[in-house]
Write a protein that binds this ligand. Structure first.
Ligand SMILES: CSC[C@H]1O[C@H](OP(=O)(O)O)[C@H](O)[C@@H]1O
Ligand SMILES: Nc1ncnc2[nH]cnc12
Length: 299
């Protein structure tokens, strides 16, 4: 793994294709055993010199569908650069009246409604069987650290920040039917996107602490008497939301990096040590080499 001072990765979603309020330093092309990331990784610095690695989830020009995002390459590339914590951003639909378009949400649970067509694990096809722990799919410590800071930054703009919510991840690309949207509410879903799975699972497998900062763009399809969500509606709020997300990134990342560097926010590191049920002597040399790209136990 690369010796690096890039401890923090940022994944930008719809509307957030660059962090142009940070100082751009260089662009890095990383090839991983799982292919190339969605975009070249741009390294920028914060005023104190902290380096941040940024990937645009759907590509710099939004050419990659949610289903086709190569989550494995994105996460592996960040880990290979030395990233220990990811702050990801996502545009979401709201399944609750109180979460209005423009509001921020930092969820702590996920309901997976993807259709099994995304590569959602690093460990498939190589004869190495690994079961990661995913009961708490986000890093609780990182969530707790980030939430009040995001709220502080947005306080003056009147943007509300919600925590303790559940995100439903659907396959897409079509939005939900009204019946599905109503069902997700009954299941306890609060917001909906098409991105958090497999990103959160892969971050866990790569032992990267992961938090998702969501920005609501619409009320999906559950509201009786209101038109269901369209891309036009989503795009209306994307610009404002992206501006707020950039302000949030610039405002929190220095502190996040300091606390990640001190080990204070560590929650996931070491969690994969005993997650592999296949004994080392039964693993092929090729598989070990491949996995050592993201995890030291395979070296
Ligand atoms: C453009 S609406 C649907 C699209 O927006 C969200 O993208 P991201 O999570 O990358 O911000 C959602 O997950 C869908 O992919
Ligand atoms: N209503 C919605 N459903 C799924 N993903 C979304 N991203 C933004 N709005 C969404």
């Amino acid at each position: 793994m690369a010796e690096s001072k890039v401890l923090i990765g940022v994944i930008g979603g719809s509307g957030l294709y660059h962090l142009d309020n940070l100082k751009f330093i260089r662009s890095v092309e990383v090839d991983t055993p799982w292919g190339k990331p969605s975009s070249p990784i741009s390294i920028s610095t914060l005023p104190n010199g902290t380096e941040i690695a940024f990937i645009s989830r759907h590509g710099a020009h939004h050419t990659i569908t949610p289903t086709e995002v190569n989550g494995r390459a994105n996460i592996a590339a960040l880990k290979h650069l030395g990233v220990q914590a990811i702050v990801a951003f996502s545009a979401v639909g709201s399944l609750r009246e109180e979460i209005a378009p423009g509001h921020f949400v930092i969820p702590d649970q996920i309901i997976d409604r993807t259709k099994g067509i995304r590569a959602d694990t690093f460990f498939r096809g190589d004869g190495v069987v690994v079961h990661s722990m995913f009961g708490d799919p986000f890093s609780n410590k990182l969530n707790k650290f980030v939430a009040p800071r995001v709220a502080d930054i947005l306080a003056n703009s009147g943007v509300k920040v919600h925590t303790g919510k559940t995100v439903v991840c659907m396959e897409g690309p079509a939005f939900s039917t009204r019946a599905e949207s109503l069902m997700y509410r009954q299941w306890g879903g609060d917001i909906i996107n098409m991105s958090v799975i497999p990103e959160a699972k892969l971050a866990r497998e790569a032992e990267i602490d992961y938090t998702l900062i969501c920005t609501a763009t619409d009320y999906d399809a559950w509201r009786v008497g209101e038109a269901p969500v369209t891309v036009e509606e989503v795009v209306k709020t994307l610009h404002t939301n992206a501006g707020n997300s950039r302000a949030v990134a610039a405002g929190i990342l220095e502190e996040v990096a300091l606390h990640v560097a001190s080990g204070e926010l560590d929650e996931i590191k070491g969690s994969m040590r005993f997650a592999c049920i296949t004994r080392a002597e039964s693993q092929s040399a090729e598989a070990k080499k491949k996995y050592s790209f993201i995890l030291p136990y395979f070296e």
